[in-house]
Design a protein around this ligand. Structure first.
Ligand SMILES: [Zn+2]
Length: 126
């Protein structure tokens, strides 16, 4: 089983755990929580201050990039939902209503109702 590293930048210490470990890892020296490094990035030697500084900067950059990518994905998902809502709301008011459950329900529900009712009438829940 592979091992991953967690590091304390203040103590320049590394702690290794199984890559499947999901908990928080305290620093054995100062007790503060270590930062997850993974298993691919080498841990600099304790005496190489510049290497530790570069590693801290690298992790900060990666976190910012991950946060930015998550923000973009969230906006993309929200736009897809807005387009779907607009498409459903643009449908004529009665179109999509199944004969058993006509009108007076939101358009998204009517489409779902029609889809289920046509495919499996016994499962139509309305
Ligand atoms: Zn520490």
């Amino acid at each position: 089983m592979g091992m991953a590293a967690w590091v304390c930048f203040d103590c320049r210490a590394a702690v290794r755990r199984s890559i499947t470990f999901a908990g928080e890892v305290p620093c054995p020296t100062c007790g503060r929580l270590c930062s997850y490094l993974g298993y691919k990035i080498p841990v600099p030697p304790k005496g190489k201050a510049r290497g530790w500084s570069a590693l801290r900067d690298q992790l900060a950059r990666e976190h910012m990039q991950n946060d930015f990518a998550a923000d973009i994905a969230a906006v993309r998902d929200r736009h897809a939902l807005e387009h779907e809502i607009a498409r459903l709301e643009a449908m004529p008011s009665n179109q999509g209503a199944c004969s058993s459950h006509p009108v007076a329900s939101p358009s998204a529900f009517r489409v779902k109702c029609l889809t289920i009712h046509q495919a499996e009438p016994s499962r139509c829940f309305a």
